[in-house]
Design a protein around this ligand. Structure first.
Ligand code: F0G
Length: 455
């Protein structure tokens, strides 16, 4: 195979800002040392998220123009519905404005107080919807030793699910969810074998199996790359194998829809879909637009065709791997194997002189910003730690990770080389990087609004 490269050329460009060292420091101070509060106009390379940050293709931009903005029965919906049905095999298709709207509608109507939702890992917003319904979200990821690379680190612990289903809590389980890929677990894939084993248990116990399919195409590519059995199949065929095993899915199409907004619910059961449609009308809009413009539906339909193209997915996976190697050469402890949507770095190991309460992941992210206006996400004690109710130090997160998320088709190899060079500067002076303390925080989701100061 030829070496990988971007399988596209650039047709429209957008200038990026280059704040100097003084401007970077001023922006970070004004933001209370919280990168979520730094304006995008002060960011050179933004790797905060791969969600809603993709570049659309020429075909998607032209699809926008043929959008049908009719309130009911728009042509754009027909196209979207057809593409989703052909991809997933699910006949019932409900558009929504983004992933969490789908979760809110689906999980809120499905779950009763006291019931259990079990997943390989619930993404934060999924967990929030489960808990808002008065139910409990239980994560059963397959056990993986830290730093032991395994091909399917996104899998569900099927033996644990089996025990749970046969135990006293079995009757409380209302749904099982497979998040593909498993974002909270480094974007690692779920294998077909794991989805099959999960399906068998769900069938045996009459529990619905649902997919959070936000990164279904990346999951399919990684399955194909990591299991000889599925290597001869196209990514679309592998994706379909997994869709075939579930009763339905939801997805944030801000990821593998390669668009800036959108989401969906797709189901087999028409009676369930009718229930959800009622809720859709209440909170999102008429069922043929669901909180989106007709043109969004057209761009999404086109994006869902492009995202399963083998050349695109190969570029996506190989550029993540290439970038991970580059960061490692720059001296960063990189988590392996890499998935597609992000590269994760263990800031706790790099900044070994800081205790978790001194927020090493935040410290590393802020230093990267100061060094070169690169923005990444902290996934350490600021996000996952919990304040001690007795007023003592925070209960730390299990690990101090930083995520370098990769927007789709946005940054070229030279942009990522720049990020690695900036990271190398930070790694070279790791021992001098200061820790942080929280000055002000709100309750839940404190990472978005908290203000901090260096120690
Ligand atoms: N499910 C998964 C697996 C996600 O990663 C996300 C969002 C959602 C659901 C929610 O979708 O944002 O469209 O409402 N993840 C983003 C991220 C925010 O940065 O990983 P949404």
């Amino acid at each position: 195979m030829p070496p990988f490269m971007e399988p596209f050329r650039i047709k429209a460009v957008e200038p990026i800002p280059f704040p100097d060292a003084g401007q970077r420091r001023a922006a970070l101070v004004a933001a209370g040392f919280n990168l979520f509060r730094v304006p995008a106009s002060a960011i050179t390379i933004d790797l905060l998220t791969d969600s809603g940050t993709s570049a659309m293709s020429a075909a998607q931009w032209s699809a926008l123009f043929s959008g049908d903005e009719s309130y009911a029965g728009a042509r754009s919906f027909d196209r979207f519905e057809r593409v989703v049905r052909e991809l997933t095999g699910y006949p019932e298709v409900l558009p929504v404005h983004q992933g969490r709207a789908a979760e809110r509608i689906l999980l809120h109507r499905l779950l009763e107080p006291g019931e259990l939702s079990v997943a390989n890992t619930h993404f934060d917003s999924t967990r929030a919807s489960v808990e808002a319904a008065g139910a409990e979200a239980l994560d059963l990821p397959v056990p993986v030793e830290d730093d032991t690379p395994v091909p399917f680190g996104g899998d569900l612990d099927v033996a644990a699910l089996d025990r749970l289903l046969h135990g006293p809590d079995g009757a409380r389980i209302r749904c099982v969810v497979l998040t593909i890929t498993n974002n909270a677990r480094g974007g690692q894939p779920v294998s077909v074998a794991n989805a099959e084993a999960t399906r068998r248990l769900c069938t045996e116990h009459g529990v619905p199996l649902l997919l959070d399919a936000s990164r279904f195409a990346e999951n399919a590519y990684l399955v194909r790359a990591r299991s000889a059995e599925h290597a001869p199949r196209t990514p679309r065929e592998v994706a379909r194998l997994i869709f075939d095993l579930a009763d339905g899915c939801w997805a944030s199409l801000k990821k593998d829809g390669i668009a800036n907004i959108g989401g969906l619910i797709a189901l087999r059961d028409p009676a369930l879909a009718t229930r959800y449609r009622d809720q859709l009308i209440e909170t999102e809009g008429f069922p043929t637009y669901g909180g989106l413009a007709g043109r969004d539906l057209d761009a999404l339909a086109q994006g869902l065709l492009e995202v399963v193209e083998p050349a695109y997915l190969r570029y996506r996976a190989e550029s993540a791997l290439w970038f991970a190697d580059l960061l490692e050469q720059a001296g960063l402890p990189v988590l392996r194997p890499t998935g597609c949507h992000a590269v994760y770095v263990d800031a706790g190991r790099l900044l070994g002189h800081l205790r978790p309460q001194e927020l090493p992941a935040t410290a590393f992210a802020n230093e990267l910003y100061l060094a070169g206006a690169v923005r990444v996400t902290e996934l350490g004690t600021l996000v996952f730690g919990r304040p001690d109710p007795a007023g003592g130090p925070d209960v730390p997160a299990p690990r101090e990770l930083v995520r370098f998320a990769l927007p789709r088709r946005v940054y070229t190899a030279s942009h990522l080389r720049y990020v690695a060079e900036v990271a190398e500067q930070v790694a070279a002076k790791a021992a001098a990087v200061p820790g942080y303390r929280i000055v002000r925080q709100t309750g839940a989701l404190r990472q978005f609004a908290a203000t901090l100061e260096p120690l």
